[in-house]
Design a protein around this ligand. Structure first.
Ligand code: SAH
Ligand code: SF4
Ligand code: F3S
Length: 482
């Protein structure tokens, strides 16, 4: 039975080093793959493509690297500490390789792309280095390694979307799944390594996206999250020779098409870019009950001057205008953000502008980071990383504190009300409790009740909350829904 991994998390701080396993009914060659993933949801989705490619070669997956023939680590480069974690993990794999010299160790993903052959020089235990657009070459690269050579392919592509590869759903709950709708990024935010590690932006054929959504729904899945670095710039145009010659599909249209797969299939998406999110997208969300009222709209900074240095191509006023549009078109929409503390030359006053935009928006949730200079980025080349570590730390803690207060305030608004959730399974802390998310992506935990099972929609009366979770009781009677 093929199922999928679940996550509510977006960034590497939250997801690190999870081993992905599956028991798949394909012809086996007796060889075992262990794959561990770091970084964003897109990297986790890529690991499902990689597993699919190797399962087709007869591999099976294992959750224990000590019994594996091939160990892959799918890496993230977004901040220095993300790379450091991978290096530490590689040294553990090194110890295993000394015990079992036949073990093949491969580095995939963004660090592979960033460091290329340097990886083979720096980390002697690594046998194979593969960038995010070269996974189709994995079988050949493994053959090269077996014939005694180190192997590398880090070519980026303008076309590769792996559209025809059906991802195996790793470690999943069978209820929620990711669908990659595009790859790469053309934005060149000055702090960001992604355009270098993932290459040019390209959108996946909508037919294959819809087929994947339909297939998931037919197999019992109830929620899909459409993934891209900047989903709002999704754009696909039918090629000349095809039936769809000249037909264009933008993100709002794609969203709507996926929503029409079934009213029982909830649709989420991430990440939205403030410069590109259109009212057309907002109206599509408002029109369809099954497109969740939740938008991840990273602001990064509340200061127009800093935003300009970051090359985000919007101002504070523009961002506020987008927030106002969301509030007027989708009044109960939850909004989350990514915020960077201590970007090059940021003054105290500019830091306070970040705090004040947080007050204005009242985010439901935010991922917060201290600026980490990344080699080769525009910022690394043009600006000094001049904010002392202790100042970055203090600014970050002020941002965090504010967010904790706001998250609590936001969740308190649900207390006393009844919300509709998609039940995902037992809660992390106790198998006596079930958990699931409401439309606005808030996590709801409640005691298991007769007749309520994973994969169902259920109504829960919210009794109380923490700053991260709503706690309640399942209701069976006709509820007043939020
Ligand atoms: N495509 C998404 C974000 C991808 S990276 C977007 O444009 O919003 C996820 C987050 O990591 C970014 O939003 C940013 O807040 C953070 N980030 C990226 N590079 C960083 C760096 N060099 N230092 C600190 N945080 C960084
Ligand atoms: Fe990085 Fe900016 Fe692209 Fe996001 S939009 S991936 S932050 S370059
Ligand atoms: Fe990290 Fe690459 Fe994603 S740098 S955040 S894994 S696109």
């Amino acid at each position: 039975m093929i199922d999928l991994q679940v996550t509510d998390k977006t960034h590497d701080e939250e997801r690190q080093g999870e081993a992905l396993i599956i028991d798949a009914p394909r012809v086996r060659n007796g060889r075992k793959l262990y794959i561990e993933s770091y970084g964003c949801q897109m990297n986790f989705a890529d690991s499902e493509i990689v597993a699919s490619i190797l399962l087709d070669q007869g591999f099976e997956t294992t959750g224990d690297y000590k019994e594996a023939d091939v160990v892959f680590i799918n890496t993230c480069s977004i901040r220095e500490n993300a790379e450091q974690r991978v290096r530490n993990r590689l040294s553990q794999f090194g110890a295993e390789k000394r015990r079992n010299p036949k073990l093949i160790v491969g580095v995939l993903g963004c660090m592979a792309e960033r460091l290329k052959s340097k990886f083979l020089e720096e980390e002697k235990l690594v046998d194979v280095v593969v960038g995010p657009d070269a996974y189709r070459e994995l079988p050949q690269l493994l053959n090269e390694v077996e014939s005694g050579h180190k192997a590398i392919n880090v070519l980026l592509s303008r076309e590769e979307t792996y559209a025809d590869i059906s991802p195996v759903r790793l470690n999943g709950n069978g209820i929620t799944a990711f669908i990659s709708i595009m790859r790469g990024c053309d934005n060149m935010c000055s702090f960001c390594v992604v355009p270098f590690t993932r290459g040019r932006e390209r959108s996946r054929d909508p037919h294959s996206i819809l087929a994947e959504a339909q297939d998931l729904f037919d197999r019992g899945y109830k929620e899909v999250t459409l993934l891209g670095q900047n989903v709002d710039s999704y754009k696909w145009k039918g090629k000349d020779a095809d039936e769809d010659a000249g037909i264009e599909v933008n993100f709002a249209q794609l969203l709507e098409k996926v929503a029409l797969v079934s009213p029982d299939l909830r649709v989420r998406f991430s990440t939205s870019h403030p410069k590109d999110i259109t009212d057309e997208v907002l109206y599509a969300i408002a029109r369809h009950d099954n497109i969740c009222n939740y938008i991840h709209l990273p602001v990064q900074s509340g200061s127009s001057r800093v935003l300009e240095l970051m090359n985000r191509t919007y101002t504070r006023e523009w961002y506020i205008n987008r927030i106002d549009a969301i509030r007027s078109i989708i009044p109960d929409c939850a909004i989350s953000s990514d915020i960077i503390a201590g970007f090059c030359t940021e003054t105290e006053e500019e830091h306070r502008e970040t705090l004040s935009i947080m007050d204005y928006v009242q985010y439901d949730f935010a991922f917060t980071f201290s600026y980490s200079e990344r080699p080769g980025t525009l910022a690394a080349r043009k600006f000094a990383d001049d904010i002392p570590e202790e100042v970055k730390k203090r600014r970050l803690s002020e941002i965090l504190l504010k967010q904790q207060e706001t998250s609590l305030y936001r969740l308190q608004q649900f207390v006393g009300k009844t919300v509709r959730i998609l039940v995902e399974g037992s809660s992390k802390k106790s198998d006596q409790d079930l958990c699931g998310r409401n439309d606005q992506n808030a996590m709801v935990v409640f005691p298991a009740a007769e007749g309520i099972e994973a994969g169902q929609y259920a109504y829960v009366h919210i009794d109380r909350c923490t700053s991260a979770t709503l706690l309640g009781t399942a209701v069976v009677e006709e509820p007043q829904i939020v």
